[in-house]
Design a protein around this ligand. Structure first.
Ligand code: KOT
Length: 831
């Protein structure tokens, strides 16, 4: 082949024809060919990274055939496609996903071992694709895998950020952020498509063109254009049958960029424009559940929404003469409001470019879009200042005003005259001397279905942020409880548990998670308990090695591993866990003779760089950890660990080693949670509030197999109405008072005794997240955990019941519901 020239002289080159064979010999030959011809290395010179690249490229070859078949079948059949638009895809590593779903893991391990290469070492070399912040982005990645598994023809659309979520370093207990350049050594999974590029406009002005009859036409003349270039990653489903595409857009300066300036000698000025254009895909905003608010973020949102729409409209028009049948051929799902400007862009395409009458265009738009809401936190609801939108997207702002006016006209015509209601359902908010565009309202009005991500969250949506819109359009809001892909979170992350499940339940459990239920009948079986326990112990030993390597702390695999892993946020209440840790520490010191159940408290998570309280909570975790771990009187009964740089691949190591899952958000604030599902599936017991999907986990695993405590969402709302001073609560709990006094006075921060003074003060003055109100109930629930842990047979019975009863939280189930209730597309029948 033409690539042969790339090989070094004097090297015997292996055959490069083994494109699709999957025997051990085929795979070995394919990896060697990739190493020579694609990586350009000989075996003796190859680093682990070279071997990883060669292996990944050989695996990718084996996906391509299915990819092309899937594409051809969808195209020939004129099958409806799903477009999942998301500013975040928190993918993690892909090699084991691909190997698992193709059924090639064992063969590849053997192929490589014949070359003296260890597959599990290569696994660790792959960088994490962290193109997301947390739950919302990880959900998008799980959904991509499940859509491929269920043979739903789908594209994921997003941005190919050069820098993913920052790398977290903990220095002296404080979080520091470093850039995460995940692409610096190349990305073997993607295909660059430089020929698939679209012009994306910004700024400029709108011209009104009179027409012979009827309303005038409008044309937008942007002052700036940026090119969006496609990069495609194939997404292979379970059993490798169907393959979809994740298409991520990269920004490229339009060419020639200000050639005039360049030719007149203003190289720097011309280059500054280039940098400004290409900044769009440089970095993921590290804000979870808070809107970024900067102009660059709005540019990102429009950039990827517009590129994706041009792409799917072009695909449609290649096959059909008009866009009238778009909703029969395309379902677009908006992952939160970040892509909501797409609603307006589609209207602009239909009305301005395709000269479709407004009413028809609106019907098509609504029938095409669905919108998923992921948070009710008022500070997280996205709004944009009208002047900014007007400057950046002048035609879109006109369309938004008209959409809004027609929407409000319709309501008034239907008899709605309550000014408060009209104000609340308007897309434009007034106040603070500035109009703002409410993206949630825009997404709601522009979609035929709006969904929440757990039963409780969806109910609260109906009662709170979308109360008035729900009253007007009662059938639009529906629930789609989140799920997780069991391929990554069980089969790949926990092979030891998977082997036991296959042994007890048969291999069909891998295709049909409802079969996990069969485990319940054996939950009390001492032999099964012993096996499950041994597998967990091995996973804990493996995690213990990671903990020792990264923090220097030694942990006992026979201690209870108590895990809280998620973004650091006050509503998630890592500080409630820390205060309970301090209370336990006090109790151990006060009563050292008691038979304390040994525990390791493990925390991991990133804080938004500008979120000062979250960063202080990380510091508190590290301060508490140092103090307790260094105190000889604790005698190893309690250890505290903060594991730095939490990401998808670290989650894959922590979750299989968990005994206890901390899901302790203030009720009503966590929309769903998905870590709760991953941990329960892997046999951890949940200690949690009645929040998000915890409610549904409790319903499924049963009250005896979960530790529920604290105020309900309704009680939380009541407290917020009646006042949040915590003074009486603290006064009534000597244990809490003692803990707060210790933290406040500097027991854990002797180098800076005032460090936590304001933090503790704020908890007493205005305890918005009700940490103090839930403290005693939480402490009591933790002591119930201790008691159950001492009764080994009872504990492992509960653990097994958790694994047995969470099959419903498979993202295959979730995607099946979206397909049926929102997208109107068929899914492949389970085998
Ligand atoms: C909202 C606005 C900006 C950035 C991120 C968000 C966000 C993230 N909102 N919700 N999430 C999480 O989404 C997960 C998937 O649905 C939920 O499980 C989790 O509860 C949300 O906090």
């Amino acid at each position: 082949t033409e690539q042969r020239d790339a090989a070094g002289p004097g090297t015997a080159l292996p055959e490069d024809h083994l494109r699709s064979g999957s025997s051990v010999d085929d795979l070995r030959g394919a990896v060697l060919a990739k190493l020579a011809y694609a990586v350009g290395k000989t075996q003796p010179d190859a680093s682990q990274r070279d071997w990883f690249l060669a292996t990944a490229l050989a695996v990718r070859d084996r996906i391509v055939q299915g990819w092309q078949n899937s594409y051809r079948a969808t195209n020939a059949g004129g099958t409806k496609r799903v477009y999942y638009m998301s500013l975040e895809f928190l993918i993690g590593r892909l090699m084991f996903d691909a190997l698992t779903n193709l059924g090639l893991t064992d063969a590849m391990r053997e192929a490589l071992s014949g070359l003296g290469v260890d597959l599990d070492t290569l696994r660790e070399v792959e960088p994490d694709a962290a193109l997301g912040n947390g739950g919302l982005g990880r959900l998008a990645a799980c959904f991509m895998e499940s859509m491929a598994t269920l043979a739903v023809p789908a594209y994921g659309y997003g941005i190919r950020y050069e820098n993913g979520l920052f790398r977290q370093v903990v220095k002296d207990g404080w979080q520091q952020e470093y850039p995460e350049n995940w692409l610096s050594f190349g990305n073997p999974w993607e295909f660059a498509r430089p020929e698939i590029a679209y012009d994306i406009g910004f700024g400029g002005h709108v011209e009104t063109l009179p027409t012979e009859a009827g309303p005038p036409r409008y044309e937008w003349f942007p002052s700036e254009t940026v090119e969006a270039v496609a990069y495609d990653t194939p997404v292979v489903g379970w059993r490798g049958q169907h393959v979809n595409t994740l298409r991520l857009w990269s920004a490229r300066a339009g060419d020639p960029l200000r050639l005039d300036a360049f030719n007149q000698g203003d190289h720097v000025g011309a280059m500054a424009d280039r940098v400004r254009a290409e900044a769009i895909s440089k970095v993921l905003y590290p804000s979870d559940a808070t809107p970024a608010g900067q102009e660059l973020r709005l540019r990102q949102e429009y950039f990827f929404a517009a590129a994706s729409l041009q792409d799917l409209v072009r695909r449609h028009l290649k096959k059909y003469p008009t866009l009238h049948n778009l909703p029969d051929k395309a379902a677009i799902q908006l992952n939160d409001t970040h892509p909501a400007i797409a609603v307006v862009e589609l209207m602009r395409i239909l009305v301005d470019l395709q000269t479709m009458p407004w009413a028809e265009a609106w019907e098509i738009t609504q029938a095409t879009f669905g919108y998923t809401n992921h948070t009710l936190l008022p500070e997280a609801l996205e709004t944009w200042p009208v002047p900014l939108m007007e400057r950046l997207l002048p035609r879109h702002m006109q369309i938004i005003y008209l959409v809004n006016a027609l929407h409000l006209d319709k309501l008034r015509a239907a008899g709605q005259s309550d000014v408060e209601v009209l104000r609340s359902v308007s897309i434009i908010a007034e106040g603070w001397g500035q109009q703002r565009v409410k993206m949630g309202t825009l997404a709601f009005i522009g979609s035929h279905r709006i969904n929440g991500v757990s039963a409780l969250h969806t109910d609260l949506m109906r009662q709170t942020v979308f109360r008035d819109l729900n009253a007007l359009y009662p059938d639009r809001i529906n629930n789609k409880t989140n799920g997780i892909t069991f391929r990554r979170w069980l089969i790949e992350a926990n092979p030891a548990l998977t082997a036991i499940l296959v042994d007890v339940l048969g291999p069909a459990v891998l295709d049909d998670p409802s079969r996990l239920e069969g485990l319940a009948a054996h939950a009390g079986d001492p032999a099964l308990q012993a096996r499950i326990r041994a597998a967990k112990r091995d996973n804990k030993l493996a995690l213990g090695r990671i903990i020792a390597a990264r923090t220097g702390v030694q942990v006992d695999p026979d201690a209870l591993f108590d895990i809280q892993i998620k973004r650091i946020h006050e509503y998630k209440r890592q500080h409630l866990n820390l205060l309970e840790t301090v209370a336990l520490y006090n109790a151990i010191r006060a009563e050292p003779w008691r038979d304390w159940a040994p525990r390791v408290k493990i925390f991991a998570g990133k804080a938004a760089a500008s979120y000062h309280t979250a960063k202080l909570i990380i510091k508190l975790a590290n301060d508490v950890a140092r103090t307790i771990n260094d105190d000889p009187t604790v005698r190893g009964r309690l250890k505290v660990v903060f594991l730095p740089n939490y990401n998808v691949s670290l989650a894959e190591r922590i979750i299989p080693a968990a005994d206890l899952s901390e899901q302790i958000s203030t009720a009503g604030m966590e929309a769903s949670g998905t870590g709760n599902m991953k941990l329960a599936l892997n046999g951890a017991l949940t200690i949690g509030t009645l929040d998000g999907a915890n409610v549904e986990i409790k319903e499924r695993v049963g009250d005896d197999n979960i530790f529920i405590f604290g105020l309900t969402a309704e009680q939380v709302a009541e407290r917020h109405r009646t006042g949040l001073s915590a003074r009486d609560t603290i006064a009534a709990s000597p244990r809490l008072a003692e803990v707060l006094e210790a933290v406040s006075s500097g027991v854990f921060s002797p180098d800076d005794t005032g460090r936590y003074k304001d933090f503790v003060q704020a908890l007493s003055d205005n305890d918005h997240f009700l940490v103090t109100a839930d403290f005693d109930a939480y402490y009591a629930a933790q002591r119930q955990v201790d008691a159950l842990w001492r009764d080994e047979a009872a504990w492992w019975r509960c653990s097994i019941m958790n694994t047995a009863r969470v099959g419903w939280f498979s993202s295959d189930r979730t995607i099946g519901e979206y397909a049926r209730d929102i997208w109107n597309v068929p899914v492949a029948a389970a085998e």
